[in-house]
Design a protein around this ligand. Structure first.
Ligand code: F6R
Length: 612
């Protein structure tokens, strides 16, 4: 979603801002803009479209200045156009502001400001906030800091804002409620951004702003206060992020890089958590909570999108190995449907970004009801790990491609470890099976490497089906969530309509769609439902459907029935999602590339969905 970058220091701000905006492109956006302070005036350039487009447009302008802010906008209030792009100036040009989030009571505030003579030139909630700050500043004859603080007490909603005041030029004011902001500390300079990616090449010392905090940022001085004006001690942290992790490193797209990173990212997920003799596993972040987890009568898993699919795999794993009932919920449904939450429920929130608004709201609901909430997140320092009682990081590294790939396999890896540890501790999983499964898990990275060796084969199949109007994905048991994930991957990056189904459900409806034009991707590795999935393949073939099957190495039966097969190495069926999802990621990737789609930044999508 929207991205923020700001700089105040002794260097020229523009190159930092424009590069920062390019680093933020992965979040998804439709317009962009910058503001620079020049001799007491704030110059704004903004327009619909890409950052490089803006860069080209303003190449001959005076772009000097050591204080600046930049924004990538993902439209919520008002269509993506030049006027609605950020930054927004207040009517009398005293304030310029960039904003992530949504001001829910903006129309009421707008009405009041209009009654006091304010005119609006955009449709955004952000311009309302800019004018509200200015109104308080001028009417109350207060400092910019006080004006921002008082304005924010009137606001309902979520925000991460950075404000420039023309009368107080050596200062940026930032505030956060809901939408994250991180401040980078340099040498007599400060950076501010919506995540660490534009900061990491400048400094590794950062402060994550907490909710309801306001930061007054000067070149060599930083003050953080609560919205009630109480000063607080900033907590400086060191980023572990390396710059190489947010660059393409020779790959055509971040998505391809991230698909290929999975042997490494899965290894990083279990690194230090599995004993070198493979006799034991532990998840440090859950140690204290383990006794409670083992006693749990019910686990609720809450997530959205791909993370929800990982959660579904988690349900199958935890129910099988730990025999604890699990329910998997979409954050958006859970928060609004008056769910039953018991005090002794364990809620597991899964999120790559750690910022998904619906998942966060569901967490708060569960906490209010007294449940214990755990997080499985990728982005260190994000909101979900802060809001949960305990949790584990997936350590997959930054995921820049909008379509989630390595985050999914890292999440499934953590859920597998949790299920096995719980099962062993509860005695529902034998020591022998526990040890065997640890070994199988540690073998997964090299098996993925094997699958990746034949990645080029997916290109020719992609070429054959690049113009298909629809795809169906089928799987059973552990592979049903993988079918959902495969369909999601295809639709989001190639814009081909795709549906995932439990294979047996096909005859309850989707079979009506099957004809000689319908590619059906069937996940059919050797497991306890193998014979049944073979029958499902026959049902598709009997109706002239095209079968693309993902099979276990050496499977001759399906090879003779399917139109195309992709082999994956053998593993325990509970670990098969970690292998079978790789061909589906590759297939989607190549289809999208051949169709000329913007793989890393698909239309309308955002990397972290910070609005509901
Ligand atoms: C799909 C995808 C989305 C996210 C979803 C949840 O490829 O990336 O469906 O999985 O928006 O995001 P997180 O995991 O950040 O909560």
């Amino acid at each position: 979603m929207c991205g923020i970058i700001g700089y105040i220091g002794n260097k020229q701000a523009y190159p930092i801002i424009i590069k920062g905006l390019k680093r933020l492109e992965y979040r998804g956006y439709d317009s962009t803009g910058i503001a620079l302070l020049q001799k007491g005036e704030t110059i704004i350039y903004k327009q619909k479209g890409k950052v490089s487009h803006l860069e080209d447009t303003i190449v001959d302008e005076n772009l000097s200045g050591t204080v600046g802010i930049g924004h990538t906008r993902w439209a919520t209030h008002g269509e993506p156009n030049d006027m609605n792009a950020h930054p927004h100036a207040s009517q009398n040009k005293k304030f310029v502001i960039i904003h992530n989030g949504i001001i829910e009571n903006y129309s009421r505030l707008k009405k009041k400001l209009k009654a006091r003579g304010y005119k609006f030139i955009s449709e955004t909630d952000t311009e309302v906030l800019a004018n509200l700050i200015e109104y308080i500043y001028e009417k109350g004859n207060v400092s910019a800091e006080i004006a921002v603080r008082l304005a924010l007490t009137k606001v309902i909603g979520a925000y991460g804002i950075v404000v420039i005041c023309k009368d107080e030029p050596d200062m940026l004011i930032a505030a956060r409620k809901g939408s994250p902001l991180v401040i980078g500390i340099g040498n007599n300079e400060h950076y501010i951004a919506s995540d660490a990616t534009p900061i990491v090449e400048h400094t590794k010392s950062v402060i994550y702003l907490n909710n309801d905090n306001i930061a007054v940022i000067k070149r060599g001085e930083l003050t953080i206060k609560t919205i009630d004006n109480a000063e607080i001690e900033p907590q400086v942290q060191e980023l572990t992020l390396e710059i190489g992790a947010i660059e393409k490193n020779g790959y055509d797209h971040f998505m391809l890089k991230e698909i290929f990173e999975q042997p490494r990212s899965i290894t990083d997920t279990f690194r230090g958590r599995i004993a070198s003799d493979l006799s034991e596993m532990r998840l440090g972040g859950l140690l204290d909570i383990m006794p409670q987890l083992e006693k749990a009568k019910r686990i609720l898993i809450i997530a959205c999108g791909t993370s929800w699919h990982a959660g579904l795999v988690g349900e199958y794993l935890i129910e099988e190995f730990a025999r604890i009932p699990v329910e998997v919920e979409y954050g958006s449904e859970f928060r609004y449907r008056n769910p039953i939450i018991y005090k002794d429920d364990i809620v597991i929130a899964i999120s790559q970004s750690g910022e998904t608004a619906d998942t966060l709201a569901a967490i708060n609901l569960a906490k209010e009801a007294g449940a214990t909430v755990l997080g499985i997140c990728n982005v260190v320092g994000s909101s979900i790990p802060r809001e949960t009682h305990a949790g584990v990081y997936t350590h997959a590294g930054p995921e820049i491609g909008v379509a989630s790939t390595k985050a999914f396999t890292a999440q499934v890896t953590i859920l597998t470890m949790m299920a096995l540890i719980l099962g062993k501790n509860k005695g529902t999983l034998s020591e022998e099976s526990y040890l065997k499964l640890i070994k199988e898990l540690t073998d997964i990275p090299k098996k993925i490497e094997e699958i990746l060796k034949s990645s080029k084969n997916y290109k020719s199949i992609a070429e054959l089906y690049k113009n298909a109007g629809n795809f169906i994905y089928l799987g059973r048991g552990y592979l049903f969530p993988v079918a959902l994930e495969g369909a999601l991957k295809l639709k989001e990056i190639s814009y081909i309509h795709a549906e995932g189904y439990p294979a047996a459900e096909m005859k309850h409806g989707p079979i009506a769609l099957i004809d000689e034009k319908m590619p059906v991707v069937v996940l059919a590795t050797k497991d306890k439902s193998y014979d049944k999935i073979v029958t499902n393949i026959q049902e598709v073939k009997a109706r002239n459907g095209i079968v693309i099957a993902i099979v276990s190495q050496g499977d001759e039966i399906i090879k003779n029935m399917a139109d195309h097969v992709f082999e994956v190495p053998n593993t325990h069926e509970a670990l098969a999602p970690l292998l079978t999802v790789i061909p589906l990621q590759l297939l989607s990737y190549y289809i999208a590339v051949i169709r000329g789609c913007n793989v890393d930044q698909p239309r309308n999508l955002a990397k972290s969905v910070t609005v509901e």
